[in-house]
Design a binder for this molecule. Structure first.
Ligand code: F6R
Length: 259
């Protein structure tokens, strides 16, 4: 894993946007998009590069990581709505190329299978953006998820529903179920970018990078992936013990290691 510790959230956003830009400029690309707060700075940066530098997404496709079950796509907090509001409607994706899960599907298992098949039919994800939950989840693969899981319905933990209550009027309104790409699905993306911002993520980040590979911390499965870049601000990196092995751009150490 390539671990890059940056001074602040803006630096994480611009470094992540650099990686996405390089991918998108290299030709037809399939992007994996996360929602939640963490990637918002990256999306703002990409929107800015689209209007300022002509960075075009016309030849790209996107697949969302997950969706709440039971929320209509038109609900302002459905991930269908969030990604359009925060990113894709402000750039030039071709209509029909931003794909998500149908949280209202009558048969969630069939919807999950359809989604995995549509990712495969698109040729797989080139670059996948991931956030991390305070409990170590990626996508909505909560602790004890199978490390090989496919897209499926999951129940959110109380901790995640509490964490996400800020997007709703109250915690009671946070849906209990989600459809999420599985850990096995996520691991098929060719390049994974895990972003961590803020001290609240520090324990999960340390467990993911330095702990054992274990279902208790689903993000630890990234240790098995051949191409992972983890971009952290200083507070999110604050519980890492073995920082001598990581690449700093804080000015404390030279950038000495590229994978
Ligand atoms: C969202 C997702 C989640 C979030 C995670 C962190 O699509 O898959 O794994 O990335 O819950 O959320 P934030 O960024 O809001 O702290």
């Amino acid at each position: 894993m390539e671990i890059i510790i940056l001074p602040d959230a803006d630096a994480v956003a611009s470094t992540t946007a650099d990686i996405i830009e390089e991918q998108v400029r290299s030709g037809r690309s399939v992007l994996g998009l996360a929602t939640g707060s963490t990637p918002l700075g990256t999306y703002r940066e990409l929107i800015e590069r689209h209007s300022r530098d002509g960075l075009s997404f016309a030849d790209a496709q996107a697949f969302l990581l997950d969706e709440y079950v039971g929320l209509p796509a038109s609900h302002p907090e459905s991930y269908h709505s969030v990604i359009r509001r925060e990113f894709t409607d402000s750039v030039d994706f071709t209509v029909g190329t931003v794909h998500g899960l149908d949280g209202e599907a009558e048969n969630p298992a069939a919807e999950a299978g359809r989604y995995d098949a549509s990712i495969a039919a698109a040729g797989g994800v080139d670059v996948q953006i991931l956030g991390i939950g305070t409990d170590g989840h990626i996508g909505f693969n909560e602790p004890m998820s199978s490390l090989s899981s496919r897209t499926r319905i999951k129940t959110l933990t109380e901790q995640t529903r509490r964490d996400n209550a800020r997007f709703f009027a109250s915690q009671n309104e946070v849906p209990e179920h989600v459809l999420t790409q599985g850990l096995g699905t996520i691991r098929e993306a060719r390049h994974l970018l895990l972003l961590g911002l803020g001290e609240a993520k520090a324990a999960a980040v340390a467990a993911a990078i330095e702990g054992p590979i274990a279902a208790a911390c689903p993000a630890s499965v990234l240790q098995l992936h051949p191409h992972v870049t983890i971009l952290l601000d200083a507070p999110a990196a604050s519980k890492l013990a073995h920082t001598e092995y990581y690449q700093y751009t804080l000015g404390r150490k030279p950038a000495w290691q590229r994978f």
